[in-house]
Design a protein around this ligand. Structure first.
Ligand code: NAD
Length: 296
C-alpha cells in the first residue's frame, strides 16, 4: 500500500480562509474585530520566529494582533500585571504567553493567571479540566489540528483503535482526550511502555508526539493505518540540516493508509488552530454562534 499524503499545509490554508471569512462577517455584521495578544518574554530565537509568524498570520486573517515583548529579566509581578490588563481589555479575545519562559518565572502560575475564556492555547487548568470532562473548553492548538485532519480524512472516528505516543500536557494528553471524545479506544504510550512496537501495531490511528527523530519504523505500522506525525526534529544528514518527524516517513508511507509529512503536516495546522481558537473565543465573548468545524 502507498499512503495518501495528508497535506497539512493545504488544510491549514483552508482553515485560515474559513477563519478570514468569519472574521469579515463579524466585522460587517457586528462591528467586532477579534484580537489576539501574544506575550514574549526574553530573546529566545525560536520563540521570536514563532511570535513573528503568529502576528503575521493573525493580521492576514483580518484580526488585530497585539505583541508585547518584555525583556528577559521581567519580574513575575510585572508579567502578571500585564496579563491582568489583557484579561480586562475587551478588544483582546485571545492571550498567548509564548513558552518556554525564563527560568525565574513560574510557568504554571503565569498560565493559570490568564482568563480561561481568553486562553487560546488551552493550557489553563480550567480548560484542561473541562476538556477532560468532555465540556466546552479552549482546546490546545496542536492536538486540535490533528483532530481536524483525522475527522476530515475519516469522517467518523468512532470505534477506531488509537495510539498516542507521548504523554505531554501540550500534545499527548489532550490528544488522547480528544480522540476519546470522538469515541476512539485510546492507548497512551510513553517512555516506559512495554513492547511499544506491539502496542503501535494494533492501532488504526497512530499519533506520534515524542521528539525523537524517526523512532517509529514502518514495520510498527498496521497496514492501512492513519499516521499523524507531530514530531519536529532537526537533524543533519548528508551534510545538510533537515527537519524530520518522529516517524520514519519513507517506510511508514509503504504501509500506512494515510500519513502526514514533516514538514508540511501538523506544523502549519497549529497556527491555523490558534486563529480558529481566537475566533471561537471572540464569538463566545459576544454570545454569538461559534464557527462551525473549527472547534472540537
Ligand atoms: P515532550 O518532551 O514534552 O514529551 C515527549 C513525550 O514522549 C513524553 O511524554 C515521553 O514519555 C515520550 N517519550 C520519550 N521517549 C519515548 C520513547 N522512547 N518511547 C515512547 N515515548 C517516549 O514533547 P512534546 O512537547 O509533547 O513534543 C513532542 C514532539 O512534538 C516534539 O518533537 C515537538 O517539537 C513536537 N511538537 C510539534 C508541534 C507542532 O506544531 N507540530 C507542537 C508541539 C510539539
Amino acid at each position: 500500500m502507498v499512503a495518501q499524503v495528508i497535506d497539512g499545509k493545504a488544510f491549514a490554508a483552508k482553515v485560515r480562509a474559513q477563519v478570514a471569512d468569519q472574521v469579515a462577517k463579524l466585522k460587517e455584521e457586528n462591528g467586532i474585530t477579534p484580537g489576539l495578544a501574544v506575550v514574549l518574554v526574553g530573546e529566545d530565537p525560536a520563540s521570536q520566529v514563532y511570535v513573528r509568524s503568529k502576528g503575521k498570520m493573525t493580521v492576514e486573517v483580518g484580526m488585530n494582533s497585539y505583541e508585547h515583548k518584555l525583556d528577559a529579566e521581567t519580574s513575575e509581578e510585572d508579567l502578571l500585571a500585564l496579563i491582568d490588563k489583557l484579561n480586562n481589555d475587551p478588544s483582546v479575545h485571545g492571550i498567548l504567553v509564548q513558552l518556554p519562559l525564563p527560568k525565574h518565572l513560574n510557568e504554571d502560575l503565569v498560565i493559570n493567571s490568564i482568563d480561561p475564556a481568553k486562553d487560546v492555547d488551552g493550557f489553563h487548568i480550567s480548560n484542561v479540566g473541562l476538556l477532560g470532562t468532555g465540556q466546552k473548553s479552549m482546546v490546545p492548538c496542536t492536538p486540535l489540528g490533528c483532530l481536524m485532519m483525522l475527522r476530515d480524512h475519516h469522517g467518523s472516528l468512532s470505534g477506531m483503535d488509537a495510539v498516542v505516543i507521548g504523554r505531554s500536557n501540550i500534545v499527548g494528553k489532550p490528544m488522547a482526550q480528544l480522540l476519546l471524545g470522538d469515541s476512539c479506544t485510546v492507548t497512551i504510550a510513553h517512555s516506559r511502555t512495554k513492547d511499544l512496537p506491539d502496542v503501535v501495531r494494533r492501532a488504526d490511528i497512530v499519533v506520534a508526539a515524542v521528539g525523537r527523530p524517526e523512532m517509529v519504523p514502518g514495520d510498527w505500522i498496521k497496514e492501512g493505518a492513519t499516521v499523524i506525525d507531530v514530531g519536529i526534529n532537526r537533524i543533519e544528514r548528508d551534510g545538510k540540516n533537515k527537519l524530520v518527524g518522529d516517524v520514519d516517513y519513507a517506510s511508514a508511507a509503504e504501509r500506512a493508509g494515510a500519513i502526514t509529512p514533516v514538514p508540511g503536516g501538523v506544523g502549519p495546522m497549529t497556527i491555523a488552530c490558534l486563529l480558529a481558537n481566537t475566533l471561537t473565543a471572540c464569538c463566545r465573548a459576544n454570545s454569538l454562534p461559534e464557527p462551525e468545524g473549527l472547534t472540537a
